[in-house]
Design a protein around this ligand. Structure first.
Ligand code: ZN
Length: 261
């Protein structure tokens, strides 16, 4: 896809620091930039991948912006140490937000209580420091909603990333003050997301890939990469009956209202 417009895209969720890109990361990032994807937000997972994330952010300081946070699927019997590591790093690193954090009950419910604790604590860190959050929810919308509503401050800024929920859930997310991250799922043939996305106000939509996973059509089955966010933008312009420039314009403005980048 060639794009000659003056507008650019912010990819609000890419794991381009993942080992899946070790062999060709430079080309992948150049390809993204050639698709006008000029800024890429890197969500953190845990201590095993963090150093790699910060190294990539250092190598591409104008393009890649790291976050900090403990991912819900990394909450296990060692969660206290992992959380301590987040507290330690927060004053030592230049980060643009707290994430990805949240609740994931898809694989395992063993650590639900700990997931809620870790999520709530990291929400509080973000609120204290006025940092945006990126929230990962999988098969746990009600649990996540309750954890957020139980927080002492209801002042929220950030993204429910890779959203694939219902209309009702989308409206709850927006009502709390969050933005909604739309990724490759939008292009899937069986997805109900196109219907949901029509109901989301434009000033609440941001774009993402969540690469190397969730590859959009027509590349399904291959590795996803940050530049493919342009395919998501294109699909969104079809669904909303507006130009690609419009989509690039409003989603970038939304991303820049969240992240100080
Ligand atoms: Zn992710």
């Amino acid at each position: 896809m060639k794009n000659n417009s003056q507008f650019s895209i912010v990819n609000t969720h890419s794991h381009v620091y993942d080992e899946a890109f070790d062999a060709d990361r430079d080309e992948v990032i150049k390809r993204a930039v050639s698709q006008k994807v000029t800024k890429i937000i890197l969500p953190d997972i845990d201590s095993t991948s963090r150093e790699r994330m910060f190294t990539v952010a250092q190598q591409y300081p104008d393009t890649c912006f790291p976050m900090l946070g403990l991912h819900p699927t990394s909450v296990n019997e060692h969660y206290e140490q992992e959380l301590q590591a987040v507290y330690r790093e927060i004053d030592q690193r230049a980060i643009v937000g707290i994430g990805e954090i949240g609740i994931d009950l898809y694989w395992d419910k063993t650590f639900l209580e700990q997931q809620v604790e870790v999520f709530s604590k990291q929400m509080c860190i973000a609120q204290e420091r006025d940092l945006p959050v990126v929230i990962h929810v999988r098969k746990a919308f009600n649990e996540t909603y309750k954890a957020l509503r139980d927080l002492p401050s209801q002042n929220f800024k950030g993204i429910f990333h890779c959203f694939s929920g219902s209309k009702e859930e989308a409206l709850k997310v927006i009502e709390m003050g969050f933005h909604i991250g739309i990724g490759g799922v939008l292009t899937f043939k069986t997805s109900h997301l196109p219907e949901v996305v029509k109901l989301i106000p434009r000033d609440k939509i941001v774009l993402e890939t969540d690469d190397p996973y969730l590859t959009p059509v027509p590349h399904r089955g291959e590795r996803n990469e940050p530049g493919y966010v342009a395919l998501v933008a294109e699909k969104l312009s079809e669904i909303l009956h507006c130009s690609l420039d419009d989509v690039m314009d409003f989603t970038t403005n939304n991303a820049l209202s969240i992240f100080n980048i």
